[in-house]
Design a protein around this ligand. Structure first.
Ligand code: ZN
Length: 419
């Protein structure tokens, strides 16, 4: 097995240190002094790009900002008819964010090309720092990755809270919206790699540095309403009540039961609003939400059907009515089996556990995975914490990701060479 041979003598600790230093450098590019807030097309994004440019230029990469505000860096292969590997993640953030969500994946991409700066690769590499993934400014996520796959044109008229359109925001940022079509990567793409912090507690609980992602969960979000009759809490005997909240409570526990007994299913009632909401009034109406996710669409949709049936039964038994409204639905995105198996091989060769896991959160790989083979590598999130200033990553895990990523790019090179 060639895969068990040690990688060349590289100072991995130094490279991990430089990766984290670059993330800290980019964290200083913010709209809000004292915290990290970097939304789509904000002026400080230029500074973030400039900091990436510095490292990329030292490796001889060609960089530019495309018309959607994505940071792009290209390494060309000398092989005729070479295909392209895309490595990406996002550079925008939620308000008052941590320093690693998204950013780490982009910086790791640069660091991998640093590790391989003296190694010939039989494929081109396109590094992408997506301009928009979080959906903060325009309430629409993935604008950067949509532009890369040529799917952002219809979003140009969407407006932000100030009434400014995406097209206007692009112009104000200093880019030419007429060039949007050029943001689309028109290349023979062999695959897409995204490295991202887990943003959850699983890797830490299992004492693992890294995780191999084999699917991004699909999700459904609904608004639900149980309606009964509001009445006096003192004068209405128990047998004459139509209490919407006791019905809703039975439903909340049914959601938990079904999710606990269905492998891989997560389901959450995150909001529950009894009306009129007074201490001495029987709740006449309850509005609640349901968020349900699974790696396989048929499992999620089957569970959702079951829960809606249960809700109807609870309502009937208690003299209530029940209504629901679907707010959002995203299909599950399986990662590419071949590319994911190769990443698993790289993990195993570096002594890491290669048991696959599902991403419960959405990522750019969902969009990119629609058109190109995609795979994802997770890094442990200490405390499972993300979208928070205390979001962290361990240096040893960054080092492990660099070793595995480098190994993966070499395995991919051997595979491309044999084509
Ligand atoms: Zn992210």
């Amino acid at each position: 097995m060639t895969t068990s041979q040690p990688l060349n003598e590289l100072d991995w600790t130094d490279l991990a240190g430089r990766t984290l230093a670059c993330c800290a450098d980019i964290a200083a590019c913010t709209e809000e002094p004292g915290q990290i807030t970097r939304t789509f097309l904000c002026a400080p994004m230029h500074d973030a790009h400039a900091r990436l440019d510095r490292w990329a230029a030292s490796l001889g990469l060609q960089t530019h900002e495309d018309a959607a505000g994505n940071w792009r860096a290209t390494r060309r292969s000398d092989r005729p008819n070479a295909r392209t590997l895309v490595i990406g993640s996002h550079l925008d953030s939620v308000p008052n964010a941590g320093a690693y969500d998204g950013v780490l994946g982009v910086v790791l991409g640069v660091a991998l090309l640093d590790a391989l700066k003296d190694t010939r690769l039989p494929y081109h590499v396109e590094l992408v720092g997506f301009s928009e993934e979080e959906g903060v400014r325009f309430s629409v996520p993935f604008i950067g990755s949509r532009a890369l796959i040529g799917n952002a044109g219809e979003l140009m008229t969407v407006t932000d809270a100030q009434g400014k359109s995406v097209a206007q925001a692009i112009t104000e940022y200093g880019l030419d919206v007429a060039q949007l079509a050029d943001a689309q990567l028109k290349a023979d793409v062999l695959g897409y790699l995204e490295m991202h912090i887990e943003q959850g507690p699983v890797l830490e609980a299992e004492d693992r540095s890294l995780g191999l992602v084999n699917a991004i969960a699909g999700q459904s979000r609904l608004n639900l309403t149980f309606t009964g009759k509001a009445n006096h809490a003192g004068t209405t005997p128990m047998y004459l009540r139509r209490d919407a909240l006791t019905g809703a409570s039975a439903f909340v526990l049914a959601v938990e039961n079904l999710a606990k007994s269905t492998p891989g299913l997560v389901a959450t009632v995150g909001s529950l609003k009894p009306l009129p909401g007074a201490g001495n009034v029987i709740p006449g109406e309850v509005q609640l939400t349901l968020d349900i996710r699974h790696a396989r669409d048929e499992v999620r949709l089957g569970a959702l059907d079951q829960l809606l049936t249960i809700a109807g039964q609870i309502a009937e038994e208690r003299g209530l009515t029940f209504a629901h409204e679907l707010r959002m639905e995203e299909h599950a995105t399986p990662m590419d089996p071949a590319l994911t198996a190769l990443l698993g091989e790289a993990l195993a060769a570096e002594g890491q556990v290669a048991t696959p896991m599902v991403s419960g959160a959405g990522h750019d790989a969902m969009l990119v995975g629609q058109v190109w083979p995609a795979t994802m590598l997770f890094l442990r999130s200490p405390g499972g914490l993300s979208h928070h200033p205390d979001e962290a990553v361990r240096e040893e895990d960054v080092e492990a990701a660099l070793r595995v990523g480098t190994r993966f790019l070499k395995l991919l090179a051997a595979q491309e060479e044999a084509r």
